[in-house]
Design a protein around this ligand. Structure first.
Ligand code: NAD
Length: 349
């Protein structure tokens, strides 16, 4: 298959490209604006492949997106391009509305026109995979899990724009017959994640002997999924998922934020024993406004219908991740030096 991957230079997008090209043998065309979160170094493992092409462009650029469909004539699009950091959405929501809502609308319109001009592609299994988040469902109490039928109740500007784009994507399926599939995934972690998110931020701050910030009392719960498990799920959804369906993706790895940070400290104590105990760096800071208490995913539909299983437990995945950051300063040092030094984002005055 020839697949357009939007946001392919980002954290999950680059894992998807590596998986699709190296393991599944697909041809991939990456569309990416290369914002602060986009990094061509994350695509280095596939950059020399004849199966890989890159186009630097903004998904909000209607003309350019249309031209890409005509130029590459894709069999599918996996749409990951987004502004993705909740804290940044609190300080500056405008770009979130532009990219996540208007950009998704633009891609759907381009796909609709492309299918209208090439009707046989619909029969030949063209797919539009819209990659979204469990944050659209809002916050859970102490018990229960999000399923595909959970009502939408987003709390942050980020999750609200993702929710809006999910609704638009589903409407383009129902109204225009674009073969859209929506996936809603829990928190990802793993190699190549921009060091503003909890896990890489904690690892790098610890390496620099800086405070490890924990929001509020650290009791907020997230359901963690190793990024390569997410990439495999998207490969299966593309191959076997049904248009119009939603699939929840989650690792059954619920952890309180404070326990995630402590576990990273334990890993670092083992790997860099000279600097232990790293837990002494943990610092509680003002909570995030609108901070959802708990997310947890019921991935039974994906497991039963498509035969997916997460391969990594949190224990194995976090060790791999911490080790990767220790070994790949060549990847993160330019980001830490030039783009983001680990300061607090998303605090209201
Ligand atoms: P990321 O921030 O690491 O990467 C986003 C990528 O999109 C970057 O390469 C960036 O340059 C690109 N991009 C941003 N605006 C663009 C634009 N206007 N045009 C073209 N490219 C643009 O994000 P991520 O963590 O890899 O998330 C990817 C997708 O998965 C997002 O849609 C996100 O909502 C979703 N998601 C993320 C998680 C998670 O835990 N990270 C969980 C569930 C769903």
């Amino acid at each position: 298959m020839r697949i357009i991957v939007t946001g392919g230079a980002g954290f999950i997008g680059s894992a998807v490209c590596r998986h699709f090209i190296l393991n599944l043998g697909h041809d991939v065309v990456v569309i990416d604006k290369l914002t602060y979160a986009g990094n061509l170094a994350s695509l280095a493992p596939v950059a020399s492949s004849t199966r890989y092409a890159f186009e630097k462009l903004d998904i909000c650029d209607t003309g350019a997106i249309r031209a890409i469909f005509s130029k590459y004539r894709p069999d599918a699009i996996v749409h990951l391009a987004a502004e993705s950091h909740v804290d940044r959405s609190i300080s500056g929501p405008d770009i979130f509305v532009q990219t996540n809502v208007v950009g998704t609308f633009n891609l759907l319109e381009a796909a609709r026109e492309y299918l209208e001009a090439n009707a046989r592609l619909r029969d030949e299994g063209f797919r539009f995979i819209h990659v979204s988040t469990d944050e659209v469902y809002g916050s859970l109490g102490k018990i229960g899990l999000f399923s595909e039928t959970s009502p939408y109740d987003p709390s942050s500007p980020y999750s609200a724009t993702k929710a809006a784009s999910d609704h638009i994507a589903k409407a383009w399926h129902r109204t225009y017959g674009v073969p859209v599939i929506v996936s809603n995934c829990s928190n990802n972690y793993g190699p190549y994640q921009f060091p503003e998110k909890l896990i890489p931020l904690t690892v790098l701050n610890a390496l620099h002997q800086k405070p490890l910030p924990v929001y509020g009392d650290g009791s907020n719960v997230r359901d963690w999924l190793f990024v390569d498990d997410h990439a495999r799920a998207l490969g299966l959804i593309l191959e076997r998922g049904s248009p119009g369906e939603t699939y929840n993706v989650g690792g059954r790895n619920e952890r309180r934020n404070i326990d995630v940070v402590r576990q990273i400290c334990v890993c670092l104590d083992e790997m860099r024993a000279g600097e232990k105990p790293h837990e002494r760096l943990i610092t509680y800071v003002t909570d995030r406004p609108g901070h959802d208490q708990r997310y947890a995913i019921d991935a039974a539909k994906l497991e039963t219908d498509l035969g997916w299983r997460a391969q990594e437990t949190f224990e194995t995945g976090i060790k791999k991740t911490v080790r990767w950051y220790l070994e790949r300063a060549d990847w993160w040092r330019p980001l830490r030096n030039n783009l983001y030094q680990g300061d607090r984002l998303g605090v209201l005055a």
